[in-house]
Design a protein around this ligand. Structure first.
Ligand code: ZN
Ligand code: ZN
Length: 159
């Protein structure tokens, strides 16, 4: 769930900074069959370790510092087709669009609505529901701040 939200938050922000956002709509991927494979839309293409060859996504682990995918056998970097970086601490093994979940998108909308109206989304006073929402909102808010810092294009540094 947290991973779903993280992807949704980062995709939302990252999209603003893409040069050609339209190219990363899911429709665009499905219009071209080869693109779907090249972009690894289903995240089902194996990654490649320079030493071990093909490695499945389920087996790799993430390097906490670089967020690179690492080989479980020899600890070298594994590269995936269509690897997509959304800020320096988030990397997906393929096209992020296809993995955006309805659930996460819905929760993000709720958070936004609640932020603008200052209301809670639940009509009921169920304690657990409110608690869940607070958790979600706290996570979304902090992830947004981190992601924005990581993804905002920097002013060109002078050389
Ligand atoms: Zn795609
Ligand atoms: Zn390896």
């Amino acid at each position: 769930m947290i991973e779903e939200l993280r992807l949704a938050v980062r995709w939302g922000i990252g999209r603003q900074f893409l040069k050609t956002p339209g190219q990363w709509d899911c429709d665009y991927c499905s219009t071209k069959k080869t693109l779907k494979k090249d972009r690894n839309c289903d995240w089902d293409q194996p990654g490649e370790c320079q030493k071990c060859g093909d490695v499945q996504f389920e087996d790799v682990y993430k390097d906490a510092g670089t967020s690179n995918f690492m080989c479980p056998i020899c600890n070298h970097r594994v590269r995936f087709k269509g690897e997509f970086t959304l800020g320096k601490s988030y990397r997906t093994p393929g096209c992020p669009v296809s993995k955006l979940s309805q659930r996460a998108a819905f929760l993000l909308e709720l958070v936004e609505w609640s932020d603008t109206t200052g209301k809670l989304p639940t009509a009921s006073t169920l304690f657990e529901e409110s608690l869940f929402f607070y958790e979600v909102r706290r996570f979304v808010t902090s992830e947004r701040i981190t992601a924005e810092q990581e993804m905002k294009p920097r002013e060109k540094e002078q050389k």
